[in-house]
Ligand binder design. Structure first.
Ligand SMILES: [Zn+2]
Length: 146
């Protein structure tokens, strides 16, 4: 399942669409720009929700957004269509997948131990161990060592 996907727009090298699927199955849509300093600025962040919890009012739109996530993922994976592919530090360095899944906090608060795995190959792409978020791209061979 695709949980997190980004794709650059056609009109710039920084503007991109970012779709996320949260644990409730809600789709979060962000339109963002990534500046030369690497910082991402979100200009919009809205959500279409599943039935219950206030959602279900736009089920065709919701389903289309789920389908759009698949389409964006397939475009990013298409070797002949890499001009707008968004392979950033959120992507798995082993398989290029933009999808990751969090374990959630696995210990009692105030401690925090959480791991993010690639959805396709299971690679550990991120970790919090009573620490700031660690990204596997910052480590040798992309293996997180804390
Ligand atoms: Zn992977």
């Amino acid at each position: 399942m695709i949980r997190n996907v980004k794709r650059y727009e056609d009109m710039s090298q920084i503007g991109h669409l970012h779709l996320m699927l949260d644990d409730d199955g809600d789709v979060i849509i962000s339109v963002a720009e990534q500046g030369l300093d690497g910082l991402i600025e979100y200009t919009t962040n809205i959500e279409f929700c599943t039935i219950g919890q206030g959602g279900g009012g736009s089920m065709r739109t919701y389903q289309a957004l789920r389908n759009l996530m698949v389409a964006m993922h397939e475009d990013n994976q298409d070797r002949n269509n890499q001009g707008r592919a968004f392979h950033d530090r959120d992507a798995c360095p082993k398989c290029g997948c933009n999808d990751s899944n969090s374990t959630g906090n696995m210990v009692e608060v105030p401690d925090h131990y959480e791991v993010w795995n690639c959805n396709d190959c299971g690679w550990i792409v991120g970790m919090i161990d009573n620490s700031p978020y660690h990204n596997c791209w910052d480590f040798k061979n992309y293996e997180i060592e804390i």
